[in-house]
Structure formats: structure tokens, C-alpha cells
Write a protein of this length. Structure first.
Lengths: 395, 356, 356, 395
């Protein structure tokens, strides 16, 4: 195992109950010498409290503009094994489902060309292979793609969409998150692999407002499952919860944000037209309460991390849209949204930032969505607003 | 050696290839689930069919050796089926109830850390850090390891008022989910970047560099084809460095991390929330960042003690008020806490009602 | 005729000269009060002493003749003592209980409108309008008269869930308290101002004019020593006209008023709130603006019907959600409602939970 | 009475129960012909839907820079009586208290020199005399000031402070609003009469958080009375309210924003350290509950109407300060606040706008107030913040 460098500080991180990434890195030294130097350089970072990576140059595979992050050590003489240390992003299967066979296939190829280290998975969702050199990229791509695995994305492009487990194993999924994500990933392959957008564009899909994939916070386009009709109530199960000692009044009725759910000590009644479908009652009483049957998705736009204008959460654009195979309506909407952004954004301007600059009206008009109170938390405060010539004409 | 024929734009394998039969048969027909322990649960379908899940912590940075080990376990107990979660944990998908306890036992023997289900701390969403990113001003994986070792009990069994989502980002690009997490760590610089003017002239697009600055601190210096930074305005975000590498933002002596709290992403009960600054700075103290670990435990325990059942950290803080959050946790309130970025206006108190 | 010797910087007479003896004696020693009717109340001091108040509506624009009439009434019933309220009503301060009913009777006979106390509509805070201000794009006094005639019952006796504070401002300078009122009317322009360039050159400071524009729609045109307005950006606030009169913003055909709702200033229960746009536009329809009057009544009655006791308009709307406010009142939601000024970000819905 | 002009539209506004400003204007025609032309021009405004006033030139009295708003008709030939139609602002007595004698004195002078029309009072608080000509201003000033009445303010100056009735007739006043307002009005006479500030500066004082003078929304500096110790509870009176049929649970306990007030069907108990002193319970149960005894004021800064950057509410700067005669501490604080603004603001920049540009830190440091969580509703979100050299030194 690891011998090339002494790593006293890193060794400290092999102690304790949580699985150790240092142990993982050490395991990888059995696969590649790269991994040795990765450890060595990391120990140096720990000693000196700074990173030793340089900006990536542009590296990639023929015909693709993204999917590989170029990375070079700033101390190539000291740590030659990581002089090049690129990552390869692979489109993950929706919902991060695998078989052991699939995982072994991935490992086999990676052991051949890479450092033996992975990230399962990247924050965006890709399967991330960590540490290889420029000369191996074409081979890596041929090996993976011939076996049905494609590169993920990077740069100013559609990024690999991701989603929650949804109908795969969740009783609250109001849309087929896995199917829709697979569909979108396929649909936007070109946009994913040949960066031609003003900046990155991310799509995340959650089956319900619980949002187990943080779609509303981490996607330029957030798709969240919802329903329109009444919550399904099973009063026998309500009673069962009460019998098990749940304080339904305090935990459910008093925490219902709209006060539309009442508990009379026996039964739950819901004034469904006042329900916002926040999911609290359903999540906490899963046997007794279930989403309604008229299901679809809410489409929100714009969330991102703080750089440049401060972090954003996504904004509701379309309160309800059907999202069933073959997903035509929602795909068309997404295309229109992206087209408007692509036409109007400056380089490195995310759609949320652009919307703030342009205002909602030109956007909504371009994508043909009417103004609706569901889009706002509250109307504007100051009486500073615009009128078009057309507005003035209709008296 | 001849390479196989490459294919392009094929996308990922379709997920259904990887679904265990019971999931395929009951796809979208789940009825309810039950939590069986801190790391196990069962989902029951309309048909009565069941799928058991065993969730294990993962450092996310996995060697192929470990992935093979996990694969072997999946073969032995799960017909080869498993998945990863959106927070990077491993989930073994057990279709045969009789294999559940043996799997748990085996994982326990092998020192896998089972947990993360229910009202607990789950895995920390985090980023590349010194392991791989040029932009990092701390190491994400090391921080995660140190924090999770400390909070292990909250992962495996101890119950909290609600789920607590932690995140770590190694720079303000925040590739983690820091901006909407219950408690999160984000690495920050504290000094104005140094400019290597000769290289700026050679390597950078001046308009992009100027435009990259959130506070308009950068002005072009057309004479020398470089830029100048207004030191008064720079708040060390490092975005200029991202677009123009000769602007060096790193300073090992003054780099470190901030702690933010109170964010969430679900719409349950209250709207999704941004995290807010709780502690503006700790020095980087590798390998185990003890002050950061203690600070997070302090916030978590204060929450555990004071929050109502089902209240998330941010919901609790908003109920009691931020002034009370500071007094209960004993955290010092500083000038850094007061917003002076774009949205100051919305963060100031515009009310005569507050607590002491 | 020789003028008396002027004095400077003496300030106002000290208030205590004008306090009735019972107030002087019990200054700061009040214990409680009781509402006796829509327009009368009694305050009781620790000492047991009492002061009765009779409140009457005032159009605020008062002739000296009326002020003398009021003074005469004060002499007859109040030992000469009276005051005005912060909302411009007249308050007769009665120290002798036996004079209370006679005063009320006399006021009633004289057609004074007694009321405005308690959970009712009080006087409308308003501004100069066409009566006096160059900036006005509606008449404030006329609107107030029309609205208050319609809501008279809510001033004199009908009880609402809480106080409802109305305001009218005759331009977006908002000399009234429109920005934090339960229901308010604010006059707005809808067309880009016309520029009299020759006079701009003569009369205006270009930098001040450029700086006056909230949306940076104005650029200097140094060649002709005037300015140009970017029509795309102008939202007709008229601030350029305030600092530079040759920029004429008035357009009788397209000027009118907007209605905003949900503001408040007290810190009771919930923080003070800004008013939000409810109806973006009505044409000016002098003399009685019937559509505006109807719209206000509609909002008021919807509130009356649906709010809980003690809920202010804004508290009620926030409880039910703005989407429900629009559906309950039947008010159309338009592009104008969606913020595209500085704070759009905070007004958009960032949650998957909402009503239809 | 009014005969010079036909006023069919205005006459409509003499109908209905609310007192009519048109009737007032007609009454004034007995005093001055000015009033006739004012009516005539107003009728024309009603007919044509626009105003006919020009911007004011600068008019005033010797040695003063404000207090008079110059106003000229844009139709001086058609309505010569209002060719000049200036308003005179007079410092109102604190709390708007008058005697009949004082009011008659005001009327007598005004009838002599003005139109016979007044505004009782202006939105800022001044006693406003409506409609006179430039040549009469000196006489008006001599007459009023010799009798103890001074001009109010206009332009870029301290504006006449105003306040709620407070201890004059309110059981909840935690500070002497009338005394403090009188003190400040006197203290700032020079700043009020000789505009030398970057822009207007308004002070309003409310005796408690009910804020009957809208201080928090309409004053650059808002002073609001408060207390620090426990709410005084009279349980006998609690019972009396219950007996009278008040639903104390729903109306008080459930509406207490901090849930710190509990009602057990008999008594009220308050967890005072969690109480925000919002005033709800006290206002609705005035006989049973009263503010504590350790009283003072909260100082807030910055509110204003929407032009230019959007409307602002005032921000808490000093959570608690003693405010008792001779009001030294609070006066000094206000002077420091104004000094910082005066030193830093551009012309036509209100203090709230300036603070947003500069940030709180330089301001708080200048006025020597420490950062406190009471100043914010919540801390900043994005990790974009500044460090001074001094901050970095203290490790
Ligand atoms: C690998 C990954 C972190 C991880 O450890 O998982 C990552 C790594 C990097 N991110 Fe990221 N980001 C990753 C997910 C995110 C996310 C989270 C998400 O997608 O849910 C965010 C926040 C959400 C968002 O998009 O705003 C994120 C926000 C950024 C930003 C800020 C973008 C912004 O508009 O604010 C940058 C800066 C940039 O693009 O120049 C950035 C830039 C980078 C770069 C490319 C650094 C750079 O400037 O060159 C990092 C490369 C590190 C490396 O060597 O591999 N990364 N990045 C994640 C991608 C893996 C994947 O494909 O699955
Ligand atoms: C497996 C996973 C989805 C996936 O596709 O991978 C998942 C699965 C479930 N989540 Fe989740 N959530 C998962 C990430 C999330 C996230 C996203 C995140 O953390 O980045 C959130 C949003 C957190 C937030 O709001 O900031 C999330 C917020 C919830 C909640 C809401 C808790 C609340 O009251 O605020 C529930 C409902 C509950 O716990 O009552 C929930 C409930 C569930 C249920 C019970 C849904 C179901 O009926 O199957 C699932 C198992 C319970 C559990 O873990 O306690 N899940 N869950 C993710 C597991 C991550 C992990 O390894 O820990
Ligand atoms: C006379 C006056 C003060 C003055 O110095 O002139 C005054 C006097 C009183 N107010 Fe007020 N308020 C006066 C303007 C205000 C204002 C300011 C404004 O409207 O611009 C407000 C703030 C409104 C807001 O929040 O937007 C105001 C909000 C209140 C409230 C809070 C109601 C609530 O629950 O939100 C109370 C308490 C109550 O009604 O229970 C109150 C209570 C009172 C009490 C009961 C205080 C007392 O114990 O004496 C006084 C008489 C009751 C009444 O009128 O119902 N007063 N009151 C003002 C009368 C104006 C008028 O002619 O109608
Ligand atoms: C008379 C009065 C309205 C009334 O009918 O009561 C008034 C009348 C005028 N105001 Fe005002 N303001 C009056 C109280 C207010 C208030 C309310 C307050 O003070 O509580 C405000 C909102 C609060 C604030 O200060 O922001 C107010 C915000 C403005 C503004 C906007 C200032 C801003 O920074 O947003 C302007 C525009 C300006 O200053 O150029 C303005 C400008 C004006 C001018 C001078 C118009 C102009 O641009 O020349 C008006 C003169 C009318 C006239 O012919 O007399 N007036 N003005 C009020 C003063 C009487 C008094 O002294 O008591
Ligand atoms: S987002 Fe909803 S549907 Fe998806 S896993 Fe979470 S709870 Fe289930
Ligand atoms: S989903 Fe939310 S709003 Fe609807 S009844 Fe349940 S708790 Fe209430
Ligand atoms: S958060 Fe910053 S340092 Fe960490 S991976 Fe992302 S870009 Fe790199
Ligand atoms: S570090 Fe950030 S704030 Fe400082 S100059 Fe660079 S981009 Fe601007
Ligand atoms: S609101 Fe506008 S029009 Fe009305 S008095 Fe004030 S400045 Fe004049
Ligand atoms: S009216 Fe207002 S927005 Fe339009 S140009 Fe003038 S100042 Fe700018
Ligand atoms: S603000 Fe408070 S003290 Fe002043 S009158 Fe209103 S309730 Fe009384
Ligand atoms: S003053 Fe407000 S916070 Fe305090 S007990 Fe009364 S209602 Fe509750």
C-alpha cells in the first residue's frame, strides 16, 4: 500500500467511524501510481493549507466539447503522477440505480486507464471518474461508449439532468421522475456534449414538493411533481396513528401551514381548495394520507449558487403541467425556455440572473405563459411599472 | 490494443435495466413505507410486495476496490441490485426479507456505517476540495470526515426533531448545496487577490474579468492591458480568479471557513429557505478542524434541545428569532453578519418588536 | 400698518400651554381607555380622573370659517381644548362628563361626522392633488371625498376585524402613507415624459436629472446639453420632472390611479408591511371616480367577510396567500403585478406549495 | 358665496355625508378672491383631468431658507387670483394640541394675508396655510412669529418633527413623545430653517410599537417607545375580560407572535424573555395588561417613500436607549447619525438610501454603536463579506 510519501496528517483521517476517503485513496494506490502522488500532494496541502491544482486547460474527446475537466498539478516536478489529473464525467443512470455487473464494468475500464478513484456521484449527478491523463481520454471514451455509457457534461452546456428515486421506490411520486429524466437526458444529448449555451444549464426533477433532489435550489430548471385534486385520506389509518400515540393535533393539524387540515380527535378533514400541497401531513402520515390522483408537475426556473448576484431559489413559471410519456408538452416548454435564455443571455449569465435583468414579462410572453398569481409570493410593492402600447389600447 | 468502436450521444443506460424485479413490477405503485431502524426501511406496494433498503454512509470518494466490494455485497444479498442516493449514500435494495438481517450483520462486521434514514443527520453533500479543485480554499473531504466522525451517533441512531442536512463547499462557487442547507460550511478567502499583471495581459479577457466581479471592484486598466482591483469593494469571492487565473486569491494564512445555517429545499410547512451566516470565520485547521466540528455540534445540540418535533433548523430559528439563536448558541454577532451585499434591505429589522 | 417685531427660531408654542387641566394633572398617568361608540371614548387615569374624546371627520382642507366653528364648539363643551389626530381628524377633549352627550348631539345636528375610533375605517391620509401640487396626476381630496362618502358607515359605526388605514397619494412621491397602508390609492402616469429640450438646456442640472431616474433610463446628451430617455426603461415615475420641469410627464388621457393593499406600520402580531399592488390602473374619472370607489369597497368587504378578528388586511392576505386574495376579490392578475424593479427576486414564488 | 366660476363637477363633491373640501373652499371665497380662482382652476382640472400648477420657484422669508412652498398657476391669465399661490408651513404644537384661542389667532392672521384655506395638518405634521403671494410673506412671518408661532420646514433640511399623543392621553406611552418632540423641534431650529443638508430629514416619535404616527414608515429617524422588563398583568381584569365574553385563547394567546403568552382558562402567564413587546396583547386587553416599568426607546433609521430606490421602512439601529428629560443621550445619538449622513450623502440622497450604498458597518462605527442581532431580521445569506485589517489581526 501507500509508501511513496509519508502522510501523517492524512493518516489522522483514517481514524473514526465514518468511512475514510483517505483509506479509499490508499486503496487506489494498488491500482495506479497516480494515486500515490495524489496522496502526496494532498498531504502537502494539509501541511501548508493550500491547494496545488492549476486551472484546467481545455481537454476532451473528439467531437465533444465537454465531459472532461482538465486538471494539472502546480507542482508537477514534485508530484509527477498528478501532473495531469483530469476527471471524466459520465451520464449516470436516472435515480442512480445500478447492478453489480454495471458497476464492475465501470471499474474494469477505470482501473485500466485511470487512478482507481471515483466520485459516486458528483453534485450535479454525474458518475465522476477522478484522475487521468490527456492521452488516455479517447480510449476511455471508446471503452465506455461502446458499452453503453456516455460522457456527462461540463462547460457552457446542458448538464446531466438528475432526479429523485421517485416511482422507483417512493409512494409520493406524482410524476415519473426516472422516465422523464432519462427522456430529457437523451433529448438534450447534443446540447450536453457540444457546449453552445451562454453558460451551464441544469435540470433536476423531484417527484413531489419534498424535493429529495434539491431541484428548487440547484437547477436552472426545476421540475416538481404535484397534484390538483383532493388528498386521499384513509381514516382507519388515521386512527391507527392516533392509537400508536401520535399527537395528530400538534404534529399535523397545527403544523399545516394553511390551517386547512382539521383533526377532531377521530377523523381528519381537509379543506382541499385551501391546501397548498406542501406535503407535510402526507410525509408524516404516509399510511393515512396520499397525494391526489390528478397529477402533473410544477415548472420553476432559475436557482443557482451565489456567484455573481447572490444565490437564487427557482421561481414558479408554470404552476401545473401534465408530464406523462412521451413528455411532449414539458419538453417543448423546456425548449422554449432555453431558447429565450440562449437568445438573450450574455456569456456566463445563468437564466435566473437574466430573468432578473429582463423581468418576467418578455420571458413569459416569449414562452407563451400568461401571468398568474401562483408565480409570485406577493405582487410588487412600489408603483413603478411598465405599460406596452398594446396595454394602453385595450381600455 | 484495438479500441472498441466509440459511439456518440447515446446517453446513459436506461435505468430500467438496473431496477430489481420487484421495483419493475410495482413501479409507481408504492403505498407506504416504514422506517425499521436508523438505516433500514421497507417500502410496501399496493400489491403487497415489499422492498427493503439498507443505507450505508459513503465518503463519496470511492476506490474501485470499494465499489467492487459493494458489488459483491449486492450480489450476495440483493440479487446484484443497489443504488446511490442524492446525498451519495449507498442503498442496498433487498427483495428477500430473509436476506435483510444477514446483510445488516455483515455490513456491521465489515464496519460499514448504517444509518441516515429518518429524522437524523445524513451524509454531507460536498465537493472536490484540495483533492481535485484549483479553486478550493479548504479540503471538503477532510472536513466531512471530521464532522461525520463526531456526529456518527446522529447518523446511525440518535433521533432529531427532523432531518438535518449538512453540506460543505470548498469555495463560494458552492458546488455543494450550502446555500439551502440546515447547517453548512463554506470556505472563504479574506484578502484581496494579488494580480500577476504580465500574465493577465496574456491570459485573460478583460471584459469577462471585469464582469465577473459581484461588487464591481474590478476596473479595466486599458493602458497596460490589465485590470485594477478597488480594495474597498472586493469581498474576496474569487470569481475573478475563476475566469482569470493570474489573479491569485489564495492565502493559506487567512483562508478558512464560514458556517451558515437555516436553509432547506423542501416546501413542507414553510417555503424553501436560504442558509444564513452563523459564524463568519474559522481558520483552516487540518487535519480535523476541531473548532468547526465543535461549532457544528453546538448548533446541532442547541437545535435538538429547543426545536419542536418536525421543525427543521431554519423553521426553529425563525420561530424563536435570530436574536435568540445567537443568545442560545452563544455565537458572537459581528459586523460580518449584517448584510451589505445586494439584499441588505430585506435582512434589516424593520419592526419595533424583537427579543433581547 | 407697522408689523410686529419678527422673531426667529423660536419653534412652536410648547404643547403644555394647550393641554386641558385634567391632562396636565394626569400626564403620563393614564391607566386604560374604553370605546364608548364609533366616535367617542374615555381615558381613565391612575387617579381615577377621566377625559372624554369625541372624534370628528375632517376633510383636512379647512377654511378658517370652519376652524372658528370648531373653536366655538370647543369653547362651549371643552373649555376650549381640542386637538387634531395624526390622521387629521378633529378631537374634542371633554373634561366634564355632563358635556359629552350635549356635544355629540350638537355635532350630530350640525352634520359633523362622528367616528373613526376602534376597528373601523378612519380618515384617509392624503395629499395636495390638483388643489395645490404641480406634480399631481389625480386629485387627492376628490378621491377622498368620494371614497369616504361611500364608506361612511364604516367610519361611524360598522365594525371591521381591525382598523383599516386608507391613504391617497397624488403621485408616486407618495406624500401620503400609501406605501404602508391597508388599502391605498396612488396616482400613476403611463407614458414616457415629453422633453422640451430647449428649456432643459436652460433650466436643468443634467447630472441631477440623470441621477433622478430610478431605472437609469436617462442618459446625458452632452452635445445638445440636454438628455435622452430610453423608452424601454422608463416606468413613468415622474422623478425627472420633479428635478427638471421641462420634462413633462402629465398626460390627461393616460394618467390615472393604482390601488395597493396590505401594508401596515404597527408591530403588533406581525412586522410592519409594505403595501402591494392590487389593481394597476383606473382612469381618472372625476368628480367621483366610481370604479375606484367600487374597487375599494370590494376589497374592504372581502376582507370584512373573510378575515379573523384582529387581523389587519395584510395579515389576512398573507394568511390566505396572495393567489387567494386575487381569486376571492375577483381582481385580474396582470404582468404589471409581477415585480421587475429592484426587488423582483424577493417577490417571486420560490416554493412548490401554493393554492389554485 | 362662490359665484365667479361655474363649478358643476366640484358641486358634485358637496353631496354625501363626509365633510366636503369643496364646501370649505367655497367658504373661503368669503375671505379672499384668491379662493374663487382656486375653485375655478380646480374645476378646470376636473374637466380636463390635469393639474395647472407650475413648479415652485424659491420663495421665503429673510434669513430662512425654507418653510414656504412657492406655487404658481400655469394659467395666470385665466385665474389671476392664483397666479401666486404659495403655502406657508408652521411648526405645529407637539401632538396637535390647541386651544380655541390659539386657533383663532392663527385664523385671524391668515384671513388678513392668505386665502382663508388651511391644511390641518400636512402629512409631515406642519400646520399648513394654503395660498398666499410672495409680497405677503414677510408680514405673515412677523405676525406669526411675534405671537410665538414659527415657520415649519421645506427643502433639504430637518423637517418639523411630529409624534403621537403619547402621555397626553394614552396609557401605553413608554416615552414622553410630546416633550421629546418639543425638545427636538427646538434643538434643530437652525437645521430646520436654513436648509444645509443633502436632502430632507424627518423625525417622528411614537410612544410604543403601535406606532400611531407611522414613525417606522415615514421618518428618516424613527423613535419608538418600548420597555425591557415584564409586562404588568392584572389577573382580576383578565377574568373580567373573560366574563365579558372575550375569547382570550383565540384573540390573545393564539395571536401572540412568539407563543410566549399562555392562557389557562383563568390566568394569563407570560414568558417575558421571549416576548417581543409587539403590543398586541396589551392593546386588546388594556385593562389587564400594561407595558413594563423599565422604559426607553428603540431608534430606527431610514424609512421613506419609493422614489428613487423603492420605499423603505426604518431599520433598528439602537434597540434600547433611555429617553428622559433632558433627552441628552438620544439627542447626541441623533446628532451623530445626522452628521454621518451629512458628511457622506450625495445631494438628494436620503439616509436610508445612503446606508444601503455604504453598508451598516461604517455607519455604526461612526456613531459608535456595536453590531447587535436586534438590528437584523436575519443575518446575510451569501458568504460575501468584508474584513478590515484590524479584524484580521485579532486572531
Ligand atoms: C465536480 C463538482 C463538485 C463535486 O465534487 O461534485 C463540481 C466541480 C467544479 N465546479 Fe461546480 N461542480 C459540481 C456541481 C456544482 C453545483 C451543484 C449542482 O449542480 O447541483 C453547483 C451549484 C449549483 C449551480 O449550478 O449554481 C456548482 C457551481 C459551480 C460554479 C458557480 C456557478 C454559478 O453560476 O454560480 C462554478 C464556477 C464556474 O462555473 O465557473 C463551478 C465550477 C466548478 C469547477 C469546474 C471549477 C472551475 O471553476 O473550473 C469544478 C471542477 C472541479 C474538478 O476539478 O472536478 N461550479 N457546481 C460537481 C459536478 C459533478 C457532476 O457533474 O456531477
Ligand atoms: C433516498 C432519497 C432520494 C434519492 O433519490 O436518493 C430520499 C428518500 C426519502 N426521503 Fe428524502 N430522500 C433523499 C434526499 C432528500 C433531500 C435532498 C437533500 O437532502 O439534498 C431532501 C430535502 C431536504 C431539505 O428540505 O432541505 C429530503 C427531504 C425529505 C423529507 C422532508 C423533511 C422535512 O420535514 O422537511 C422527507 C419527509 C420526512 O422525512 O418526513 C423525506 C422522505 C423521504 C422518504 C421517506 C420518501 C419515501 O417515502 O420513500 C425516503 C426515505 C426516507 C429517509 O431517507 O428518511 N425526504 N430528502 C435521498 C436520500 C439522501 C440521503 O442519502 O440521505
Ligand atoms: C389619536 C391617534 C394618535 C394621535 O396622536 O393622533 C391614535 C390613538 C389611539 N390609537 Fe392608534 N391612533 C392614531 C393613529 C394610529 C396609526 C397611524 C396611522 O393610522 O397612520 C396607527 C398605525 C396603523 C398601522 O399599523 O398601519 C394606529 C394603530 C393603532 C392600533 C393597532 C391596530 C392593530 O391591531 O394593528 C391600536 C390598538 C388597537 O386598536 O387595538 C391603536 C390604539 C389607539 C388608542 C386606543 C391608544 C390609546 O390607548 O389611547 C387610541 C385611540 C383608539 C382609536 O382611535 O381607535 N392604534 N393608530 C391617531 C388617530 C388617527 C385617526 O384619526 O384615526
Ligand atoms: C404638503 C405635503 C403633502 C400634504 O398635502 O400634506 C407635501 C407636499 C409636497 N411634497 Fe411631500 N409633502 C408632504 C409630506 C410628505 C411625506 C409624508 C411625511 O412626511 O410623513 C412624504 C413621504 C415620506 C418621505 O419623506 O419619504 C413626502 C414625500 C415627498 C417626496 C419624495 C421624497 C423621497 O425621498 O422619496 C417628494 C419629492 C421631492 O422631495 O422632490 C415630495 C415633494 C413634495 C412637494 C414639495 C412637491 C415638489 O416636488 O415640489 C409637494 C409640495 C406640495 C405643495 O404645493 O404644498 N414629497 N412628502 C406634506 C408636507 C406637509 C407638512 O410639512 O406637514
Ligand atoms: S421528492 Fe417526493 S417523490 Fe421524490 S423521493 Fe422525495 S418524497 Fe419521494
Ligand atoms: S399538504 Fe400541507 S397544506 Fe395541504 S393539508 Fe397537508 S399540511 Fe396542510
Ligand atoms: S466549491 Fe469551489 S473549490 Fe469546491 S469543487 Fe466547486 S469550484 Fe471547486
Ligand atoms: S475576489 Fe471577487 S470581489 Fe474581489 S475583485 Fe475578485 S471578483 Fe471582485
Ligand atoms: S404626492 Fe406628489 S402630487 Fe401629491 S402632494 Fe406629494 S408631490 Fe405633490
Ligand atoms: S419618468 Fe421616471 S423612469 Fe421615466 S425617465 Fe423620468 S425619472 Fe426615469
Ligand atoms: S403610539 Fe402607542 S403611545 Fe402613542 S398613541 Fe399610539 S398606542 Fe399610544
Ligand atoms: S406583547 Fe406581543 S409578544 Fe409579548 S406577550 Fe403580548 S402578544 Fe405576545
Amino acid at each position: 500500500m501507500s509508501g511513496k510519501y509519508k502522510t501523517p496528517m492524512l493518516d489522522e483521517l483514517e481514524k473514526g467511524p465514518f468511512p475514510s476517503f483517505i483509506t479509499e485513496m490508499k486503496k487506489a494506490t494498488k491500482i495506479s501510481t497516480t494515486a500515490e502522488d495524489a496522496l502526496g500532494q494532498l498531504e502537502k496541502s494539509y501541511q501548508t493549507k493550500r491547494g496545488y491544482w492549476k486551472h484546467g486547460g481545455i481537454v476532451g474527446v473528439l467531437g465533444y466539447g465537454g465531459g472532461v475537466i482538465g486538471r494539472y498539478s502546480s507542482l508537477p516536478d514534485e508530484f509527477p503522477g498528478v501532473a495531469h489529473y483530469h476527471t471524466v464525467r459520465i451520464n449516470q443512470p436516472s435515480g442512480f440505480f445500478y447492478t453489480s455487473a454495471a458497476l464492475r464494468e465501470i471499474c474494469d475500464i477505470w482501473d485500466k486507464y485511470g487512478s482507481g478513484m471515483t466520485n459516486m456521484h458528483g453534485s450535479t449527478g454525474d458518475l465522476v471518474l477522478l484522475g487521468t491523463t490527456t492521452d488516455k481520454l479517447e480510449a476511455i471514451f471508446a471503452e465506455y461508449s461502446s458499452r453503453g455509457w456516455d460522457l456527462g457534461s461540463s462547460g457552457s452546456a446542458m448538464r446531466t439532468p438528475s432526479c429523485c428515486v421517485g416511482p422507483g421506490r417512493c409512494e409520493w411520486a406524482c410524476i415519473d421522475t426516472l422516465g422523464l429524466t432519462y427522456h430529457l437526458t437523451q433529448h438534450f444529448q447534443d446540447e450536453m456534449h457540444r457546449p453552445a449555451y451562454p453558460y451551464k444549464f441544469k435540470i433536476k426533477t423531484a417527484g413531489c414538493a419534498v424535493d429529495c433532489v434539491a431541484a428548487i435550489a440547484r437547477a436552472d430548471l426545476s421540475i416538481i411533481g404535484t397534484w390538483k385534486d383532493d388528498i386521499q385520506v384513509d381514516q382507519a389509518e388515521v386512527k391507527a396513528y392516533a392509537d400508536m400515540g401520535m399527537n395528530i393535533q400538534a404534529e399535523i393539524a397545527e403544523m399545516c401551514p394553511t390551517e386547512c387540515l382539521k383533526y377532531d380527535g377521530g377523523k381528519i378533514t381537509i379543506d382541499n381548495k385551501e391546501c397548498t400541497r406542501c406535503m407535510h401531513c402526507i410525509a408524516k402520515m404516509t399510511k393515512a394520507l396520499r397525494p391526489g390522483k390528478e397529477r402533473g408537475a410544477t415548472i420553476l426556473v432559475g436557482s443557482k449558487a451565489p456567484i455573481v448576484v447572490g444565490s437564487l431559489l427557482s421561481w414558479v413559471i408554470v404552476p401545473f403541467i401534465k408530464a406523462e410519456e412521451p413528455f411532449e408538452e414539458v419538453t417543448e416548454l423546456i425548449e422554449n425556455i432555453i431558447e429565450w435564455w440562449d437568445d438573450n443571455a450574455k456569456p456566463r449569465e445563468r437564466i435566473g440572473e437574466l430573468l432578473e435583468v429582463k423581468g418576467m414579462r418578455p420571458f413569459l410572453e416569449a414562452i407563451n405563459v400568461p401571468p398568474q398569481p401562483q408565480q409570485v409570493r406577493e405582487p410588487r410593492k412600489d408603483p413603478f411599472f411598465f405599460w406596452t402600447a398594446a396595454d394602453l389600447e385595450k381600455k | 490494443m484495438a479500441l472498441p468502436q466509440r459511439q456518440t450521444d447515446i446517453g446513459p443506460p436506461k435505468f430500467d435495466k438496473f431496477l430489481p424485479p420487484v421495483i419493475k413490477e410495482n413501479y409507481g405503485q408504492w403505498k407506504y413505507h416504514e422506517e425499521l431502524s436508523g438505516g433500514t426501511m421497507v417500502h410496501v406496494a399496493e400489491s403487497g410486495a415489499k422492498i427493503w433498503t439498507v443505507r450505508c454512509a459513503s465518503p463519496r470518494l470511492l476506490s474501485t476496490e470499494t465499489i467492487r466490494e459493494i458489488s459483491d455485497l449486492a450480489d450476495e444479498f440483493c440479487g446484484g441490485y443497489l443504488r446511490f442516493t442524492t446525498r451519495h449514500n449507498v442503498e442496498f435494495l433487498v427483495s428477500d426479507e430473509s436476506r435483510l438481517q444477514p446483510l445488516v450483520d455483515k455490513l456491521t462486521t465489515m464496519k460499514y456505517m448504517i444509518g441516515g434514514i429518518g429524522d437524523r443527520v445524513s451524509n454531507i453533500v460536498h465537493t472536490q476540495g484540495w483533492v481535485h479543485c484549483h479553486s478550493a480554499c479548504t479540503d471538503a473531504s477532510g472536513l466531512v470526515k471530521a464532522i461525520m466522525d463526531d456526529l456518527a451517533d446522529y447518523f446511525t441512531h440518535k433521533v432529531l426533531p427532523n432531518k438535518v442536512r449538512l453540506a460543505v463547499a470548498c469555495c463560494v462557487n458552492m458546488c455543494g448545496a450550502v446555500h439551502c442547507s440546515d447547517i453548512a460550511v463554506v470556505a472563504v478567502h479574506r484578502k484581496v487577490p494579488k494580480i500577476d499583471h504580465a500574465n493577465v495581459t496574456k491570459m485573460c479577457e478583460i471584459p469577462t474579468t471585469v464582469g465577473s466581479c459581484p461588487t464591481s471592484a474590478i476596473r479595466p486598466n486599458p493602458k497596460d492591458k490589465t485590470i485594477t482591483i478597488n480594495e474597498e469593494k472586493c469581498m474576496y469571492c474569487g470569481n475573478c480568479f475563476t475566469v482569470c487565473p493570474p489573479i491569485d486569491i489564495h492565502d493559506p494564512e487567512e483562508d478558512g471557513v464560514a458556517i451558515v445555517v437555516g436553509g432547506k429545499v423542501g416546501s413542507l410547512r414553510t417555503d424553501p429557505k436560504f442558509s444564513k451566516l452563523a459564524i463568519p470565520f474559522f481558520y483552516n485547521e487540518p487535519p480535523r478542524w476541531p473548532k468547526v466540528v465543535d461549532a457544528i455540534r453546538n448548533i446541532l445540540e442547541t437545535y435538538e434541545k429547543h426545536a419542536k418535533k418536525h421543525e427543521r433548523v431554519g423553521e426553529w430559528v425563525e420561530r424563536i428569532g435570530w436574536e435568540r439563536f445567537f443568545s442560545l448558541t452563544g455565537i458572537e454577532f459581528t459586523f460580518q453578519h449584517i448584510d451589505d451585499f445586494t439584499f441588505m434591505r430585506d435582512t434589516m429589522r424593520t419592526s419595533a418588536a424583537f427579543k433581547y
